[in-house]
Design a protein around this ligand. Sequence first.
Ligand code: SF4
Ligand code: SF4
Length: 134
Amino acid sequence: MTHSDLDKCARCHNSKCCTYITQQLDTPRSMDDFDILLWQLSHRDVQLYKDDDGWFLLLNTPCLHLKADGGCAIYADRPKVCRDHSNDFCEYDSPAEEGFELFFDGYESLLRYCKRRFKGWERRRDALNRGELA
Ligand code: SF4
Ligand code: SF4
């Protein structure tokens, strides 16, 4: 990193790149796949998006090593994924959300999508409520 690169991170007061993690998913296709995602998005601070690279869970949970001043408390031992993250064009320049094709901020928005995507969604729910589906 050059001096100006470090200046950029110093100006980035909320150190956005250290406040979440993502996990790539197999492309969800079936109602059962989306049912699992609904369970996951029922948990606090868990969101879901799709971009050019596929589907990802987004866990908005700050790193435990992020210091109040935005520095890294384990800088010398930080994981490689942190070392590899470039600030050339990062969240400071443009919110990651701008690249999202789909974004679900929680259970309700994903449920609306499921009902639009699957004609049989509510039929399946009713059958589950009647105990007709395992
Ligand atoms: S890499 Fe980007 S998002 Fe992360 S601290 Fe530096 S400027 Fe902020
Ligand atoms: S280990 Fe350090 S660089 Fe990596 S996410 Fe945590 S605070 Fe950021």
